[in-house]
Design a protein around this ligand. Structure first.
Ligand SMILES: Cc1cc2nc3c(=O)[nH]c(=O)nc-3n(C[C@H](O)[C@H](O)[C@H](O)COP(=O)(O)OP(=O)(O)OC[C@H]3O[C@@H](n4cnc5c(N)ncnc54)[C@H](O)[C@@H]3O)c2cc1C
Ligand code: HEM
Length: 802
């Protein structure tokens, strides 16, 4: 169903987006006489510059699904380069058009990606007719008519962004090399990417039909027909599982997803002596578990890219085989999930966070024992290098000087977790011995030693097999060398869904648990429709709602003392001394997270609505657009605890997950907190005269700056997704907001649990991994205390309990 994925762009952008810095202009192309509404992206964001413009029919006709486009892209040495446009704004789940110089002509390709992975050719009926092109040594331009381009359908992955709202969000990306030849894979753009908002009303042109007629040899233009702008995909039968038959056997607990939560919960359950099967869809990550992905300089060692702290940012450069391909956000689909690919920031939870939004039994006092257990196993360190030296601390020192001068206090954050107001610190990480550890290096190690514990990798779980509210096992979906068939529960056994916010939501939807419209999408899908659980067995719960993420606002400053360390270059060509220090002593800058993080600092902002909102600032030595200086620092402002805004997740017909409602700044006090805190930071920064603000620029007000950033995941995300299967007593079965009860058991079921970031009722101050592990510890105790799942109706979550 096309309409199900409509992206409400107008609500994502404020009119202030069109402040002088970002406004589009009317531009008449000299060669064709066509007038476009044009956005220019300057050299500071992409070498050689980029331009996109469009003209729309004077009045919407037919499916309102076409435009005349203008792309001007950079040509690099050898006549190479490509320039892309996203018709939905984001890269995943959107029709992407790539244009490129090809000798004297300009080539174009439509492509499509389900996640932040290499796209495939688009198979829908978007149609491009070239009107004109130019290729020079430094730029190319192409003018084209694009039909069936605002609505797309890639084998059931439907979406649209019709020019009917006040604002459309357009994405762009550029590469300095040519597109891949046939059969080769696309490579990540290396010349910038971002988004801008554009107002379609200003692009409507009464001359549109004349231009079309002129450039299609006098043909009278026919508007794109309204009765089928994109064909439904050729109906195909469901694909069968690829893999080997699963070993026979049954288990007391089946945990789906070996991420930050799945690993500890599986370990703790197996401690009881019960049999536990942990199923992970991705391949091994750390070397100790059989991981193999590594740069040349790690060949011959037992280390992989995941072990080495300084390589953690590689996921943004080369995500092939690591990032999930079925969700529209960045996430690790490998053993360890996010805990294998993240920057390893590791915080003793702020007690107020539990007390503020968690229910009875999950408040700070209740979580203390689980917190102590977690930190005993993963203490964290503020100095990851084994020689005890903090390398390249200039960025920290510059900002710390300003913070101290303004009266902020330096703390050891894991010793005083409650001190998050006007405090700062060099952050702690879940590294040990100069390598990534966290849940992988602790809980998984002890679990693997137990005979009653089994781990299957490269095996996705398709759905939970259930009879009413009682799960009997899971159906497997294979993978690279993984298993097909089923894994069964022992009588009284339980399934624990720990597949992350996106993965758990998807798995519940495919198991017939979630809002009716989402289950209908699964029911209508080619892959799952024919075998989907009967509608009479659906469990209607608000799965996917209550979605939240830290609201990110990137600020940039520079100071002459600061200097950038090229962690990206360290992938292929590390500085020899740094490489040797790491390999021989697990010391040096490569034992620290890329790209040189710190300081982190915090404050609470009281809102006019009586809510205290928490702000965390996470600094790193790296410029962000439009700044390019090697002396720049990006300071990411995260708005967390207290946010009122919420979003939602949806599934499309190709069974890909996407953020259908972004959770950013819908509430005016959320917005006010962001603005007020940036003003405080300006005051802090003014204490050190040598610091220059780059973003926002001196002539832009904080209000205009904050309002100018689209409220889309691509521009606002922090990758700290939470909340899609909220824990609480107000059962969603009765119109409440909660998906699981206080024992993490899904309402309306007897033995299905969710244990991961999905449970969080509201956001927190810091990065979430440590909280998620603590939640897993606590959940395991609750689940064990429940004993066997029972058929007795009285044991169903949501049923009356006396
Ligand atoms: C790039 C990046 C950097 C980050 N940096 C930090 C940081 O420094 N500190 C911090 O605290 N947080 C950080 N985070 C966030 C943190 O990593 C996540 O919040 C956390 O990992 C979520 O834990 P989880 O258990 O809910 O899910 P995940 O850790 O995502 O685990 C889910 C697992 O389930 C598997 N899975 C999914 N579907 C299926 C299926 N159907 N069958 C079988 N397996 C399945 C996935 O492959 C994955 O391994 C970062 C996140 C990203 C993406
Ligand atoms: C192997 C190929 C590719 C990979 C791995 C990849 C990966 C990524 C990643 C990780 C981002 C987010 C960057 C960030 O937030 O810092 C991104 C953004 C983007 N990409 Fe790609 N990309 C690829 C190819 C393409 C192609 C061919 C296009 C064609 C138009 C494209 C268009 C975009 C756009 C418009 C954005 C900005 C919007 C957004 O973040 O969603 N990408 N890409």
């Amino acid at each position: 169903m096309k309409g199900s994925t409509f992206f409400k762009t107008a609500s994502l952008l404020s009119p202030l987006l069109f402040s002088s810095a970002q406004a589009q202009e009317s531009f008449t192309h000299a060669g064709t006489g066509i007038t476009f509404l044009r956005q220019q992206v300057d050299e500071s964001q992409t070498t050689g510059g980029y331009e996109f413009g469009y003209a729309l029919p004077g009045t919407p006709t037919g499916s309102n699904d076409e435009y005349i486009g203008y792309i001007r892209g950079a040509v690099h040495s050898g006549g190479k380069g490509w320039s892309g446009v996203s018709h939905g704004g984001g890269m995943p789940n959107s029709l992407l058009l790539v244009a490129y110089p090809n000798g004297d002509s300009v080539g174009t390709r439509f492509v499509f990606a389900g996640g932040y992975v290499a796209p495939n050719d688009y198979t829908g009926n978007a149609t491009l007719t070239q009107f004109a092109h130019t290729v020079t040594d430094t730029y190319f331009e192409v003018i084209y008519r694009c039909q069936w381009c605002w609505i797309w359908n890639q084998n059931g992955a439907t979406g649209q962004q019709l020019p009917t709202e006040e604002v459309q969000v357009i994405g762009w990306a550029q590469h300095m090399d040519s597109p891949p030849s046939a059969g080769q894979s696309w490579r990540l753009h290396n010349n910038g990417q971002s988004q801008f908002g554009i107002q379609p009303a200003n692009a409507r042109k009464t001359e549109y039909d004349d231009w079309v007629a002129k450039y299609t040899n006098g043909t009278t233009p026919t508007p794109t027909p309204s009765d089928g702008p994109t064909p439904t995909p050729t109906p195909t039968a469901p694909t069968s599982c690829v893999g080997t038959p699963a070993p026979t056997g049954s288990y007391d607990y089946i945990v789906v997803g070996a991420g930050a939560a799945g690993i500890p919960v599986a370990d703790k359950l197996s401690e009881s002596g019960k049999s536990v099967l942990l199923i992970e869809k991705g391949p091994p990550s750390l070397g100790r578990f059989g991981g193999t992905m590594k740069p040349d300089w790690l060949e011959g060692t037992d280390l992989t890219r995941f072990d080495v702290p300084g390589l953690c940012n590689q996921i943004w450069v080369d995500s092939a085989g690591v990032a999930c391909s079925d969700i529209d956000q960045m996430a690790g689909c490998v053993l360890g999930g996010g805990a294998a690919v993240n920057a390893a920031l590791w915080w003793n939870p702020t007690p107020h966070d539990w007390d503020y939004s968690w229910p009875t039994g999950w408040r700070a006092a209740d979580m203390k024992a689980a917190t102590d257990r977690t930190f005993k196993r993963i203490p964290g360190t503020q100095v990851p290098s084994m020689d005890g030296i903090r390398y390249k601390p200039e960025g920290f020192n510059v900002l710390a000087t300003a913070l101290r001068a303004d009266g902020w206090k330096e703390i050891s954050p894991n010793e005083v977790p409650d001190q998050k107001n006007r405090t700062f610190a060099d952050p702690p990480y879940m590294y040990e011995n100069g390598q990534r550890q966290g849940p992988l290096g602790s809980y998984l190690v002890t679990a693997m030693e137990r005979k009653n514990f089994k781990l299957w990798m490269n095996t996705a779980v398709r759905r939970i097999i259930r009879d009413g509210g009682k799960a009997t096992g899971v159906e497997l979906d294979g993978g690279d060398g993984g298993y097909c068939g089923t894994a069964d529960l022992n009588p009284g056994g339980r399934v624990i869904v720990s597949a992350g916010v996106f993965g758990s939501t998807k798995l519940l939807f495919r198991s017939g648990i979630g809002p009716k419209d989402q289950l209908q999408t699964v029911q209508n899908s080619v892959q799952d429709g024919p075998s989907f659980i009967n509608e009479t067995e659906w469990i209607d719960l608000p799965v996917g709602k209550n979605l939240n993420d830290h609201v990110n606002t990137d600020l940039v400053i520079k100071h002459p003392n600061v200097s950038f360390y090229d962690f990206y270059e360290a992938w292929s060509d590390p500085i020899p001394n740094d490489r040797e220090m790491y390999l021989e002593k697990r010391s040096g800058i490569l034992a620290q997270s890329a790209p040189n993080i710190g300081p982190m600092f915090w404050e609470y902002i009281p809102g006019a609505d009586g809510i205290q909102r928490a702000i965390q600032y996470q600094s790193r030595v790296e410029p962000s657009p439009p700044a390019t200086d090697n002396t720049s620092m990006t300071i990411s402002q995260y708005l967390g605890t207290g946010t009122v805004s919420r979003g939602a997740l949806s599934i499309n017909g190709a069974l890909n997950m996407f953020v259908s409602t972004p959770p950013y700044l819908q509430d005016k006090e959320d917005l006010a907190a962001v603005i007020t805190s940036i003003k405080h930071l300006q005051q802090v920064i003014s204490k050190v005269p040598g610091i220059v603000w780059e973003v926002p620029a001196a002539n832009v007000t904080v209000e205009d700056f904050v309002n100018s950033i689209p409220k889309t995941p691509a521009r606002r995300r922090s990758n700290h997704w939470i909340g899609s299967s909220k824990i609480g007593t107000d059962s969603g079965l009765n119109g409440g907001t909660s998906v699981v009860d206080l024992n993490t058991q899904v309402y309306g079921t007897e033995n299905i649990h969710v244990v991961d970031a999905s449970l969080f009722p509201g956001h927190i101050v810091t990065n979430p991994t440590s909280y998620i592990v603590v939640v897993a510890e606590h959940s395991a105790a609750k689940i064990l205390a429940l004993g066997s799942g029972s058929q007795a109706p009285g044991k169903q979550a949501g049923a009356v309990r006396l």
